[in-house]
Design a protein. Sequence first.
Length: 219
Amino acid sequence: MNSTEVKTLVQCDFDNTIAEFDVSFMLLDAFADGDWRPILQEYRERKIPVGVFSQRTFNMIKVDEATMLDYLFTGSRVRVRPGFRELLDLCSRKGLEFIIVSNGLKFYIDAILKQAGVAGIEVFAAHTGFNPDGLKITYIGPAGQPVLDKFKQSYVERHLSQGYRVAYIGDGYSDIMPASLSHYVFARDDLLAHYQQNGLKCTPFNDLNDVVRGLEGIA
């Protein structure tokens, strides 16, 4: 089966996947006015959904957008994982649709992509209201409504309902459910560990050139 017979969509995480580190955690470590990690533990224990985690933790940040971006871009704190440009080139060449769906914040994803010279990619991530009393975070689902949970999963489900094959690229706990719905999975870190521990099929990746090689075989 080739890509002219069935539409293929590549849904990619951002933090610790395209970016080499978790940018959200970097910002929380640098600017949160309080200890945000107990809230992360609540999220990992499934006591709260991702929307509540982000609302509570980022509300601890009271600096403006420029301050955070200046921090990220000073001293090369943020690096894009090798192979990202090659991945985009492959998708363009093979006619694969590529989107970024992230639990991170859209303002820094857009800024990092711009700095990397990348334009024209659809990015679905948390919208940020900048407020001196703390950041206000909102996730918008595929139907245009605010959502608190299953943000990444909802975009996989939308594209499956539209007849796409979905190739999923991710690294973390929040990628497990959306990856489980996808036809092909490229995994690292916690997502890879989950797949290996459960005997599930996926393609491990270190840099994104590994994903390029894997997609060559299905596109």
